[in-house]
Design a protein around this ligand. Structure first.
Ligand SMILES: Nc1ncnc2c1ncn2[C@@H]1O[C@H](COP(=O)(O)OP(=O)(O)OP(=O)(O)O)[C@@H](O)[C@H]1O
Length: 368
């Protein structure tokens, strides 16, 4: 449950921008790490910088934090210029941002509560402790206030690091792969706690991750990057359902790749026609997610050589993965993967009918 008092990011996003990143570029020697990147964060909005290793996410985050001096472009925070090439550079400690990086780096000689109160020197002692206890409670760590970091698990340390970063009530939290050192189950829980705390305190966040599922779980908006540039930015739904580029489709998971020619506004694939606005007669690729295929067992007197059939079926847990040999109308054949909900494990060679949800099939010009 999200805190009801916090306005949704979309309700005031148009009115005010917390962070404005404009046309940022950054080089290390002769290597371009970031090139012409622009995006905004609204107050209370969680934005994920997503992309493969080396695409420039951390560099961007470090520029926003003030840990890298800006080379090209401009950064504004709440309408005020933070940094611009050759002009302003507000040092990190004077930016209203909280940092939580992959390695939590707590002060080993301080107790949990003292770690959290560390950044609250401007408050009187009693208020410092009240604020720290409040955050530790929100993150389920209130019983560990007197413990020292080395006695805590990785996940517990991560929560304390988060409480410490949130304690001064930054308007913007910068998180660089903050969950990547945790095992899968703990990671899910701490992600969930983090999201709820961010929404409860109303902090905006810029979170770096290379994990598309994590980005979809955490983000109000995703900025997907490749080779230092933004490929597409939008809500998780926009990126998943209206991808602008084959890279966007494939980044969110495995796909079936089919090829064909556009004829009368359709590409005729082995699993049926897919509408497209690409030019008539052009060679195209159709990317089909495994969950876009619907598979129904059928009775058939023909041998499986003449009919779409199952090659192999595997239970993956919440879904079943089918390896299929699909037969088209005009003798086309293709090896496809289909993902069906729950336990669906037809026998090898079982004849099947395969249909396609065209809304989940994405047509792009064929790559040369
Ligand atoms: N201090 C540096 N000196 C030289 N090159 C660097 C430096 N930091 C990063 N780079 C290079 O800049 C590019 C972008 O790196 P960056 O760390 O920003 O990417 P990333 O998307 O965060 O990657 P990862 O997910 O692996 O952390 C990479 O090619 C990297 O090798």
């Amino acid at each position: 449950m999200l805190h009801p008092a916090v306005p949704s990011p979309t309700s005031n996003a148009a009115a005010r921008k917390l962070l404005e990143v404009r046309d940022l570029s950054h080089h290390y020697s002769d290597q371009t790490a970031v090139s012409g990147v622009s995006f905004d964060i609204a107050p209370g909005e969680v934005v994920c910088l997503l992309g493969p290793s080396g695409c420039g996410k951390t560099t961007l985050l470090r520029i926003v934090a003030g840990l890298e001096v800006i080379q090209q472009g401009q950064l504004s925070f709440d309408g005020e210029l933070l940094a611009a090439s050759g002009k302003a550079h507000v040092p990190p400690e004077r930016r209203s941002v909280g940092l939580a990086f992959q390695e939590s780096a707590l002060f080993p000689h301080l107790s949990v509560i003292d770690n959290v109160t560390f950044g609250l020197q401007q408050l009187p002692g009693s208020q410092r402790r009240t604020r720290a206890r409040e955050l530790l409670e929100q993150l389920g760590m209130q019983d560990y206030a007197a413990s020292f970091p080395h006695t805590l698990s990785g996940g517990q340390q991560q929560r304390v690091a988060l409480a410490r970063a949130l304690a001064p009530s930054p308007q913007l939290m910068l998180l660089d792969e903050p969950f990547s050192s945790l095992d899968a189950r703990l990671r899910d829980r701490i992600r969930d706690d983090t999201l709820h705390v961010l929404k409860k305190v109303g902090a905006g966040a810029l979170l770096v991750t290379h994990d598309p599922e994590e980005a979809m779980f955490m983000a109000d908006r995703i900025v997907l990057m490749r080779d230092g540039q933004v490929v597409q930015a939008g809500t998780p739904q926009e990126l998943y359902c209206r991808p602008m580029d084959p890279f966007v489709v494939t980044f969110f998971g495995e796909v079936n790749r089919l090829e064909g020619l556009v004829s009368n506004g359709y590409v005729h694939t082995v699993v049926g026609p897919v509408p497209t606005h690409l030019p008539e007669g052009s060679q195209v690729q159709v990317l089909v997610r495994p969950e876009a295929l619907r598979v129904v067992e059928i009775a058939s007197r023909e041998t499986h050589e003449h009919h779409s059939h199952v090659l192999m079926a595997r239970l993956l847990g919440r879904s079943s993965l089918l390896h299929l040999c699909a037969h088209g109308m005009d003798g086309q054949q293709a090896h496809l993967h289909a993902r069906m909900p729950g336990v669906f494990l037809p026998e090898q060679d079982q004849p099947v009918q395969i249909s396609l949800d065209p809304a989940q099939a994405f047509v792009f010009p064929a790559t040369p």
